[in-house]
Design a protein around this ligand. Structure first.
Ligand code: SAM
Length: 321
């Protein structure tokens, strides 16, 4: 197993220019993709274990209940392309249910973590061709060749990471997925649902402070990689639910008026000014299906838990394999 770093792999200088651009904008922002160095990926795994973070727990329950049905829809010898792979828990469940899966292609921007996770998985599934791709999945990327020709491509995108993208960008990303799945291919995707704002607030403001640590980690990363001097004690985590847009907005708030140096540039903050670090859009079932349709996907099946917290969707690309 070796990684493919293709031409869409994030170039360090491009990522840094993007960060500086965001931090000098009128409303300061950093894309959530920059959370994920190895420490960020591990902190995210801790978030998934938190009692307040119903998303992972509920999605795993849906997987346990419905992966037999998913396996019969997908059929034998599929290649699974996982966008934003993270840890291996969900893909192991999927591989354990699918019929003779041919290949697994985890795609992620967190390169070191991706390689470690993919290597561990390859050891445990010797019959599955595992080929990691280090890339920014918002742009089309080249798929590796497999020794056994897969019968179809299945794009796997759990975790409601789709919620990090505002609607127009989410549509673009779903189009990239459709291109990678190819005609006759399929998509299995998790989407978090609209619900009582109190539950959402608790999930993104956990009592142990892990989400705060995850949010602040992006500044730690900037200090290391972009020669920054952010004092983390001068910023605080905030996550609020914006009912109008149906999204959680995560922020880092400047506790005081301050100037920070980053890659030789001075960035000033007023007291109370904030950096937007993540959106997490929540969907209705119809709203998500309409979004997916607008990107050329045909909705086939939707599974939802009894409390209607989370949804798992199976969609296909029209055309023959
Ligand atoms: C919210 S985590 C979800 C992880 C896992 N799929 C799950 O369901 O628990 C998002 C994952 O996507 C990756 N990621 C985020 N933005 C990305 C991008 N633009 N390109 C590639 N990977 C990205 C992160 O590194 C991280 O592993």
């Amino acid at each position: 197993m070796s990684p493919t770093a293709n031409n869409t792999a994030p170039k360090v200088s491009k990522a840094h220019a993007e960060i500086l651009h965001g931090l000098t904008a009128k409303q300061k922002h950093i894309s959530p993709k920059h959370f994920y160095d190895e420490r960020g990926s591990r902190l995210f795994d801790q978030i998934c274990q938190l009692p307040e973070y119903y998303l992972t727990r509920t999605e795993l329950q849906l997987m346990d209940s419905y992966f037999d049905e998913v396996a019969s829809l997908v059929g034998p010898r599929a290649a699974i392309i996982e966008f934003g792979a993270g840890s291996n828990i969900k893909i192991r469940k999927l591989l354990d249910h699918l019929l003779e899966p041919a290949a697994y292609v985890p795609v992620d921007i967190s390169g070191d973590y991706l390689l470690k996770q993919a290597a561990a998985l390859a050891l445990d599934y010797p019959n599955v061709h595992v080929q990691a791709v280090f890339a920014d999945f918002t742009h089309p990327f080249e798929l590796p060749q497999h020794p056994v020709m897969p019968e179809r491509n299945l794009v796997f995108f759990p975790g409601s990471t789709i919620g990090n993208f505002p609607p127009a960008q989410a549509q673009d990303l779903l189009e990239v997925m459709r291109l990678e799945a190819r005609p006759g291919g399929a998509l299995l995707i998790g989407a978090d649902l609209r619900k009582d704002p109190a539950l959402l607030h608790a999930a993104y403001n956990d009592s142990q402070g892990v989400t705060a640590e995850f949010n602040l980690n992006v500044l730690r990363r900037l200090n290391t990689e972009l020669n920054g001097n952010f004092d983390l004690a001068n910023f605080s985590h905030q996550a609020i639910y914006d009912e109008t847009h149906g999204r959680i907005e995560m922020r880092l708030i400047s506790r005081k008026s301050q100037t920070v140096s980053l890659a030789g540039q001075e960035i000033s903050f007023e007291a109370g000014e904030f950096i937007t670090t993540e959106y997490s859009y929540k969907y209705s079932l119809d709203g998500f299906s309409a979004l997916a349709r607008s990107a050329g996907w045909e909705p086939e099946r939707i599974w939802v838990d009894d409390d209607r917290l989370f949804s798992m969707h199976y969609l296909t690309v029209p055309g023959s394999i």
